[in-house]
Design a protein around this ligand. Sequence first.
Ligand SMILES: *Cc1c(COP(=O)(O)O)cnc(C)c1O
Length: 426
Amino acid sequence: MSKIDTLCVHAGYIPKKGEPRQLPIIQSTTFKYETSDQMGRLFDLEESGYFYTRLQNPTNDAVAARIAALEGGIGAVLTSSGQAANLFACLNICEAGDHIVSLNNIYGGTVNLLGVTLPKMGIEVTFVNNDSTDEEIEAAFRPRTKLVFGETISNPGVEVLDIERFARIAHSHGVPLVVDNTFATPVHCRPFEWGADIVTHSTTKYIDGHGVSVGGCIVDSGNFDWNANADKFPGLCTPDESYHGLVYTERFGKAAFITKAVTHLMRDLGSIQSPQNAFYLNLGLQTLHLRIRRVSDSALKVASFLQNHPAVAWVHYPDLPGDSQHEKQLKYLPEGSCGVMCLGLKGGREFDNRFMDALRLITIETHVADCYSCILHPASHTHRQLSDEQLKAAGIAPDLMRLSIGLEDPEDIIADIANALEAASK
Ligand SMILES: *Cc1c(COP(=O)(O)O)cnc(C)c1O
């Protein structure tokens, strides 16, 4: 069992004789032990086992193991949301006084997390551009820089991260590259194969795929050598007093990062995904490979239609030949990127609104990357807290609309767009 499609269906949960065919929902906060000593050993991390769902639950672990298998990682943890996944990935490495280098084209929620909220906790961030030269990126590093952050396909700008380049620069400074792989999904890109060290997901998007549960995931490649620059990573390489002086890298080796995320951050900050949601997530995962290919195929058809429509000023989709991201798409996402694209219309703001209001099949919603086609205008919706300058810095033109292609027939989607463009012109 090594092919992606098979892993989507089976990895992480292989029932034995007489066990349920479907992944069971272990709807239990606690787990029973026979002796006081057994329980004590769990709390000292001397033995692994379930004791409290805030740290670990069998349903969650099965789904996390499936995502880890898909990404080619050594372990993963589910979180309550994608925001929690990115927050925990940072807090598992950084503490007050530390610094992060991040791409500036990332999801608006993550811009707020890194640019506004983490600084209040004493962690500073310098944003760099996707097109920055190596020298410009190098210049963003400080002595206390602890990680580099980017998205495989940025939301909403659909820019493709040059993972190899950013991994090389991060590693030359002795720090890991953390990649949010939400839009690409491990079916279309596995960032670890290109040198990324930690992967995060908002599983709310394609992995769930049906818009039913908010969730996130952190995956550890096991490849980053924390001890090579132990002074940079005291949380991983020096004694943790809350576990009697245990050192994560000594006790857990390659799994130091992901073990600490569970046993330290989940224990203290508590952002576990509910087992019920993990069950829904698992249902979504089992068809991820079918869905992500279908939405990418349809998106290319829609993008080609838009490209040739006289009312459309521009369309940006990495899979379109001639797109600024096309070369990177061919390298990192050769089977297709995802179902999301951006476009701008010629008619101005009023026309944009008439167009969106005239859509019948495609809905206006903040969500993206699931089975329903939907559209959003970031400047008036998700990113309305950003100034025009910040919008521009994030690569978001004020006329940019984000269109997410779902699982409907592409001809129906195209007909809906054509009708709405005509209605808006009247
Ligand atoms: C939606 C999203 C997030 C945040 O995830 P939530 O599950 O909504 O908390 C993070 N990163 C990307 C790329 C996203 O699209």
